[in-house]
Design a binder for this molecule. Sequence first.
Ligand SMILES: Cc1cc2nc3c(=O)[nH]c(=O)nc-3n(C[C@H](O)[C@H](O)[C@H](O)COP(=O)(O)OP(=O)(O)OC[C@H]3O[C@@H](n4cnc5c(N)ncnc54)[C@H](O)[C@@H]3O)c2cc1C
Ligand code: SF4
Ligand code: SF4
Ligand code: SF4
Length: 346
Amino acid sequence: MSSNKISFEKSLVANVIATGKCVGCGACVVVCPFNCLEYAEEAPRLISECKICGICAQICPRYEWSQTHVENFVFGRERKPEEEFGIYRRLAIAQVRDDKILKVCQDGGVATALLLFALENGLIDSAIVAGMNKEKPFRPFPKLATTSEEILECAGTKYFYSPNLLALFEVVKQKKANVAFVGTPCQIRAIRKMQTAGLKRYTAPLKILIGLMCSECFTYEGLMEKYIHEKLGIELDKIKKMNIKGKMLVTTDSGVATIPLTEIKQYARKSCCSCEDFSSELADISIGGLGLSSWTFTIIRTEKADELFSNAEKTDFIKTRNANEETFALSLLQKLSKKKRQTTAQ
Ligand SMILES: Cc1cc2nc3c(=O)[nH]c(=O)nc-3n(C[C@H](O)[C@H](O)[C@H](O)COP(=O)(O)OP(=O)(O)OC[C@H]3O[C@@H](n4cnc5c(N)ncnc54)[C@H](O)[C@@H]3O)c2cc1C
Ligand code: SF4
Ligand code: SF4
Ligand code: SF4
C-alpha cells in the first residue's frame, strides 16, 4: 500500500472516479479529516480545498487493492486457490424461528435474526442497515438502527445502492460503541481497508461485519422508474417484495411479475461490472439466497461470527440444516464467485 501523501484528484479522481470504477461506498467521505468531501449522486465530490493528506487513497476499496494484505489482517493467512468463495470456518443453511421476522425478511431472515439476538443480549447497541425511503419504494438509505423495531423495519433486500458506510457519522455522533454492520462486499472491503489503515475513530465500534452476497446493484431510475413502472405498468407503492431467483420476481397484491435477468441487465450499475467479490469474502459472516426459498445460505468465516451464530442456534433463535445437502446452492456459490473473479481478470 502506498504511504504517499497524494491528493484526492491525483489518486481517486484520476484512477477511480474518472475511470468509472467508483462504487460509491462513501468511505472516502467518511474518513477525510478535513471534511473536504461530500456525497452526491452516488459519488464523492470535493467541496473545499484538498489538504493532500492521502488518507482517502489509503482506504478506497477500488484503489491499490491488495487481497493478500487484507486476508492476512482478517484471517492471519491468504486464501488457498481451492477456497473458491474465500476463507471460512463452517457453512450452514439457516432460518429464523420467529414468524414475525420470516414474514418481512428476504430469505431465511438470518441477518435480522442475528442483529436482534445481538441487540437483545447486549452484544451490540445498534446496527447499520438499509432503511427504505417512504416516497420512493425500495430506494434504500443508510440507517443506524438502535431498537429491535427499527432493525425489523429494515429487513428485506433493496436491489439499489445504499452507501451504508455513511451511517458511521451517526455512530460517532450518537457515541455508539458496539455496532453491527450489514452491507455489500465492496463496503466490507472498504471497512477492512479502514481497519488495516488504523482508522480507529470509525472502525473501533464495529464489532461484527455481516456481508451480503451480491451479483450487482441496479439504478433506481432505470429498473424501478423506467422498466417496472413505465414499461410494465406496476405502481411502485404496490410492490410488497422484490427478489432474484434465476429471474427477478416482483410481488404485488395482484400476483408475481417475473422478469428475465437479461431484460434488466442494462440497468445494472456500471461499477458493478468490474467487481470481483460475490460472497463478501472478507466479512465475519456472509449471507445470500442462492436460489433457496425462505432459507439463507450462511458462510461463517471468523471466530466471533461462529460464536454469535452458534449462540443464536443454541438458544433456538435460528434453525439450521447441513449446507452440503444443498448441492445446487453450493455449486451456484462456486460458479458466481469464480465468474466475478474471471470478469475482472479479463
Ligand atoms: C444489492 C444486493 C444484491 C444481492 N445479490 C444477491 C445475489 O446475487 N445472490 C444471493 O444469493 N444473494 C444476493 N443478495 C443477498 C440476499 O438478497 C439477502 O440479502 C440475503 O440472502 C439475506 O437474506 P436474509 O433473509 O437473511 O436477510 P434479512 O433478514 O431480510 O436482512 C437483510 C439485511 O440487508 C440489509 N439490506 C437490504 N438491502 C440492502 C442494500 N441495498 N445495501 C445494504 N444492505 C441492505 C437490510 O437492511 C437487512 O439488514 C443481494 C443483496 C443485495 C442488497
Ligand atoms: S482525505 Fe486528505 S487527500 Fe483525501 S480529500 Fe481529504 S484532505 Fe484530500
Ligand atoms: S472510497 Fe468508495 S466512494 Fe470513495 S472513491 Fe473509492 S469507491 Fe468511490
Ligand atoms: S456488485 Fe460489487 S460493486 Fe456492485 S454493489 Fe455488489 S459488491 Fe458493490
